[in-house]
Design a protein around this ligand. Structure first.
Ligand code: BGC
Length: 378
C-alpha cells in the first residue's frame, strides 16, 4: 500500500497562530484490521521543521519517526514494520506502548496488602512487559490533538480488574504530541479503583543513521546516571545499585555504544547467550525533573542527535541484543544484532518485589502521571 493510498482518507488539520499558517498537521488513515475485524488506524503527526511521527492505534505503536539530518536528508529512525500483520505476530515490541508493567516481574508474582498476584509468564519464568497480552497488543481508542503549538494523538484504554493478573480497573491515557521544536512528548496517565502496580513505557528502537542501516555501535551515548541495577541470570535485578565508575556501564561522558559492549563483563554476557550487550536499568541522576538531561545519543555521520528527559527514576538502555536479522522490517530492511537501541523510561524492573526501589504502587483514585520527551536535532 503506498503512502498516498493510505492517506487517501486523511483529515488534515492546519494550525493557525497569529496569522501564520503552519503546516503542522495530524492525519488519520487506515492501517488494516485485527483478526477479530477491529479496524486499526495510523495517526501521522507532522511539524514545520521536517519531522513526522506515525502512531498506530494497535499497541500504541510508534511506527515511524522521520527526522532530517544536518543536510536536511530525512530518514526514519524507528525500527518497525510496514504492515499490521507482523506487529500482530508478537515481534520484539517495536515502538510499542508497554503496560501494565514495563520490564520484568520475578516469577510473574508479587504481593500487595498480603494478597499474592500472578501475571502469566512470557520470558522464561518471568513476566515481561505486562505479560503475553500486554497493552502492546490492544487496540486503543484514539482522538487527534490539535493545539496552537503542537499536534498529537490521545490513546485510551480501560484495563479491567484481573487483566493479565493485575488488580483494579485501570483507566489509561497516553498522549503523543509533536511540536515545532522536534520534541516528541509522551505523557502517561492512569487511574485505578483499587491499589495496584503500574509501570508504563514506550519501546521504540532507535537507529539514528536510519532503521536498518547497520548497527548502532558507532553512535555516541550519554546517560546521566552514576548507578545501575545489576541483574541475575534471568535479568531480574539483584537489588543492589552498583556504581558505573570503571565499568562498561559508565556513559556519564559521551561514549561510543560499542566502546565496551564486547568487554569481558559478567553483566554484559548475561543479557544474551552469544554476543551479549546492554539490557539494564540505569538509575538516573535527574530526580524526575524534565529540566535535566537524562540521556543523549548522537550519530556522528548524519549528525542526528536524540536527547531524552523524563519524570521517571530509571531508563532501560537495551541494545537490541535479541535482534537477529530474521524479521523483514520497513522497506524490506532487516534489523541485525545491535541494530537499534531503546531508552525505556521506567520505574526499576521487578520493583513490586524490591521494597527499596521507588514504588510502582498506586492508590485508588490517585492519578499516575509520567512524562518523557524525546528531542531530535540535526
Ligand atoms: C528487555 C529485553 C527484551 C526486550 C524485548 C527489553 O525491554 O529488557 O530483555 O528482550 O525488551 O524486545
Amino acid at each position: 500500500m503506498s503512502y498516498t493510498a493510505r492517506t487517501g482518507l486523511a483529515v488534515v488539520i492546519a494550525v493557525a497562530t497569529a496569522g501564520t499558517v503552519h503546516a503542522m498537521s495530524v492525519t488519520r488513515s487506515p492501517f488494516g484490521e485485527t483478526p477479530e475485524g477491529t479496524p486499526v488506524y495510523e495517526y501521522t503527526l507532522k511539524n514545520d521543521a521536517g519531522m513526522a511521527v506515525d502512531v498506530l492505534t494497535y499497541g500504541g505503536i510508534v511506527q515511524s519517526i522521520r527526522v532530517p539530518d544536518r543536510n536536511g536528508r530525512v530518514e526514519d529512525v524507528a525500527l518497525g514494520f510496514d504492515r499490521l500483520k507482523p506487529y500482530l505476530d508478537n515481534g520484539p515490541y517495536f515502538g510499542a506502548l508497554i503496560g501494565r508493567y514495563g520490564n520484568r516481574i520475578d516469577g510473574g508474582t508479587f504481593t500487595l496488602d498480603g494478597e499474592t498476584y500472578h501475571v502469566p509468564t512470557n520470558d522464561g519464568d518471568n513476566a515481561l512487559h505486562g505479560g503475553p497480552e500486554g497493552f502492546d497488543s490492544r487496540v486503543w481508542q484514539a482522538r487527534a490533538i490539535e493545539a496552537p503549538n503542537r499536534v498529537g494523538v490521545e490513546l485510551s484504554l480501560l484495563s479491567r480488574d484481573g487483566d493479565m493478573g493485575f488488580p483494579g480497573d485501570l483507566a489509561v491515557t497516553v498522549r503523543y504530541t509533536l511540536n515545532q521544536h522536534n520534541d516528541l512528548r509522551i505523557h502517561y496517565t492512569a487511574i485505578s479503583d483499587a491499589p495496584t502496580v503500574v509501570n508504563l513505557t514506550n519501546h521504540t528502537y532507535f537507529n539514528l543513521a536510519g532503521a536498518g542501516e547497520g548497527d548502532v555501535l558507532d553512535q555516541v551515548a550519554m546517560i546521566n546516571a552514576d548507578r545501575y541495577t545489576p541483574v541475575d541470570t534471568s535479568l531480574i535485578p539483584t537489588g543492589s545499585l552498583a556504581g558505573v565508575e570503571g565499568t562498561p556501564f559508565d556513559f556519564r561522558t559521551p561514549t561510543r555504544i560499542g566502546a565496551h559492549i564486547r568487554d569481558d563483563d559478567p553483566q554484559l554476557a548475561r543479557t544474551e547467550p552469544d554476543q551479549g550487550g546492554y539490557d539494564h536499568n540505569w538509575v538516573l541522576n535527574t530526580g524526575g525533573s524534565l529540566d535535566a538531561l537524562a540521556a543523549r545519543v548522537s550519530d556522528p555521520v548524519s549528525g542526528r542527535t536524540l536527547t531524552m528527559r523524563t519524570t521517571e527514576p530509571g531508563v532501560q538502555f537495551y541494545t537490541g541484543n535479541f535482534l537477529d536479522g530474521s524479521l523483514e522490517g520497513k522497506n524490506g530492511k532487516t534489523y541485525g544484532h545491535w541494530g537499534g537501541f531503546t531508552l525505556e523510561t521506567q520505574h526499576f524492573p521487578d520493583a513490586p518485589n524490591h521494597p527499596d526501589f521507588p514504588s510502582t504502587r498506586i492508590e485508588p483514585g490517585e492519578p499516575y502521571h509520567q512524562t518523557t520527551v524525546f528531542h531530535f536535532s540535526p
